[in-house]
Ligand binder design. Structure first.
Ligand SMILES: Nc1c(C(=O)O)ncn1[C@@H]1O[C@H](COP(=O)(O)O)[C@@H](O)[C@H]1O
Length: 160
């Protein structure tokens, strides 16, 4: 079955961050594939990978996981008709300045950055849910958990 979400990481070293995205995709029953490729180091190969998915019949969202200097998200976004969400891994190095490479983009590039893996998966889910009512329902059910947790916390602090 064709995946609904394709996670492309710049290095195998990003795998644990990618797996955090997968956790939420699984909870929402969204099909996915994980790939490793670098726009910096293997540009032609990356374009070949995108071509594999370009004929995809249904809706598809890319989630990119690229640390340090993130070229991956913008190069993917520029070369696909599908939405691309950047979810760079956390890094304290250089005061977290790596993030700027995900945020400051050339004109014509539209890849949003979401730092929390769960949030990136949820945005992908909401995009896909625009044409999938069952998924829309699953997203609603997933979000119910937060409402219940907040209501319980509210009650707890009132009684403290
Ligand atoms: N940001 C990029 C790109 C790219 O944007 O093309 N390719 C690799 N990387 C990132 O560099 C870090 C170190 O990568 P290496 O393990 O290859 O040294 C990883 O977080 C990767 O995602």
């Amino acid at each position: 079955m064709a995946p609904q979400v394709v996670i492309i990481m710049g290095s195998k070293g990003d795998l644990s961050h990618a797996q955090s995205v997968v956790k939420t995709l699984k909870a929402l029953e969204i099909s996915y594939e994980m790939r490793v490729c670098s726009a910096h180091k293997a540009t032609s190969r990356l374009l070949e990978i995108l071509k594999e998915y370009e004929q995809h019949a249904g809706p598809l969202v890319y989630i990119t996981i690229a640390g340090r200097s993130n070229a991956l998200s913008a190069v993917i976004d520029a070369n696909t008709r599908y939405p691309t969400i950047a979810c760079p891994p956390y890094s304290d190095r250089f005061g977290g300045m790596d993030l700027l490479s995900s945020l400051r983009l050339p004109s014509g590039i539209a890849s949003p950055t979401i730092l929390e893996p769960e949030g990136a998966a949820l945005l992908a889910a909401k995009v896909l849910a625009l044409s999938d009512n069952n998924l829309r329902q699953r997203v609603e059910t997933y979000k119910q958990r937060f409402l219940s947790e907040l209501a319980a916390a509210d009650q707890e602090v009132q009684q403290a």
